[in-house]
Design a binder for this molecule. Structure first.
Ligand code: GLA
Length: 392
């Protein structure tokens, strides 16, 4: 460690070989549970995220620190990666990435220490985990002197989450964090793995109201929903083998196919949600007013609540309150659901006072205060020089 009274030269010596990266959190704008169903989803990267700083070390040991989980640092050998439990579980996102990089011949051969810090609210459905993965991957790739395309970066991080963390997620979180642009929404065609961006109407803002209800996807019903969707797809494919994924199933086919009620409801959510995304994208391209476009967001929430059943009463309450506000274009749960946060897409004149009054209403009803934040659609993940803080 460099001593506090050390000279600038000591500091530069200590930082020799250091690399740094940033990966933003994301807001799922529209397209709930469509990604692993081969659909088209919309997300925005936000102006908050995870910062990674890595230093090479001699030997083959690694150390991982996170400012958010003080006292939960871990160290180990790169030759023997082990899954973490309890308060060290945060490190699994980094270890998963390291494992995938090793399997692909992209990991550093020497040891390293990696420190993560963040300005992202945790467990608020803003996908801090994907941001941890992307920040880690970018740091380790730099240490290994390797470069990959953004697409490959997304695939590496998703694979880490699927295989090491054990969550069968799609590419929405990692894709949005990687491909974000200022004032744009990222459009991801999850079947084709194609990414593009579209400008959001000017003078609109994104607000997140976080219920604080724990959003632990691994332990939640996320896996069950994923399985229900796959089961529904298998039944639909018995009638029409040409259907490759649930998001592309025609509504007429769904309506004439018999299956268990829960499967019909999950499939209806997916198929109708895809239609809403398509209508939203066309509307955006044709200059439809935000007032009209916002309705798709609110309809998405009601479909989550009634058909996909991944909402909770607290989220429904927030959406109902927000929908009464004149300056709110649309509101919906964002992310996996079962707790977490609501996105409100608003006029940019929607103020902190108005947000406070929503939080007051919520507190009266639920005896707990939600936190709220406003974000700007922002540029995606990238590396930067740890000393100059310039993008590379
Ligand atoms: C979580 C997952 C994503 C996506 C959303 C729901 O955020 O990590 O891959 O499935 O839920 O749309």
């Amino acid at each position: 460690m460099v001593s506090m009274d050390g000279s600038k030269d000591d500091y530069l010596e200590f930082m020799k070989g250091a690399v740094a990266a940033f990966a933003p959190g994301r807001i799922e704008f529209l397209g709930n549970h469509l990604d692993y169903n081969g659909g088209i989803v919309l997300g925005t990267a936000i102006n908050a995220g995870i910062y990674g700083l890595a230093l090479p070390m001699e030997g083959t040991d690694f150390r991982l620190f996170s400012e958010s989980f003080e006292g939960a640092e871990i160290s180990g050998s790169m030759q023997k990666l082990e899954k973490q439990t309890g308060k060290q579980s945060w490190a699994n996102y980094c270890l998963g990435v390291l494992r995938v990089l090793q399997d692909r011949g992209l990991a550093p051969h020497h040891g390293f220490s990696l420190t993560l810090s963040t300005d992202l609210p945790m467990s608020a459905g803003l996908s801090s985990s994907a941001a941890v993965e992307l920040a880690t991957a970018q740091c380790l790739l730099q240490l290994a002197n390797k470069k990959v395309s953004k697409k490959e970066l997304v695939n590496i991080c998703r694979q880490a989450e699927n295989e090491w963390v054990g969550l069968p997620c799609g590419i929405l979180d990692q894709g949005t964090s990687a491909f974000g642009e200022n004032n744009q929404v990222v459009r991801i065609d999850c079947a084709q793995k194609e990414y593009s961006t579209l400008p959001l109407p000017a003078n609109t803002s994104l607000w997140i109201f976080d219920t604080g209800i724990k959003h632990d996807l691994v332990d939640s019903h996320y896996g069950t929903r994923n399985k229900e969707c796959m089961d529904a797809l298998t039944i639909l494919q018995n009638s029409d083998a040409s259907i490759k994924n649930l998001a592309e199933c025609p509504i007429a086919l769904l309506e004439k196919t018999e299956m268990a009620n829960n499967l019909t409801k999950r499939a209806r959510h997916v198929v109708e949600e895809q239609n809403r995304v398509n209508l939203f994208v066309n509307g955006l391209k044709n200059g439809t007013s935000p007032g009209e476009l916002g309705k798709f967001l609110t309809e998405s929430h009601y479909s989550s609540s009634h058909n996909f059943e991944n909402s909770v009463p607290e989220l429904d309450f927030l959406v109902d309150q927000l929908s009464k506000e004149e300056k709110v274009w649309g509101a919906r749960l964002t992310g996996g659901g079962f707790g977490g946060a609501v996105l409100a897409w608003t006029m940019d004149s929607f103020s902190k006072e108005e947000a406070l009054s929503i939080a007051d209403d919520y507190e009266k009803e639920w005896r707990q205060r939600p936190s709220f934040h406003s974000f700007l659609p922002s540029k995606g993940a990238g590396s930067y020089d740890p000393l100059l803080r310039t993008e590379q």
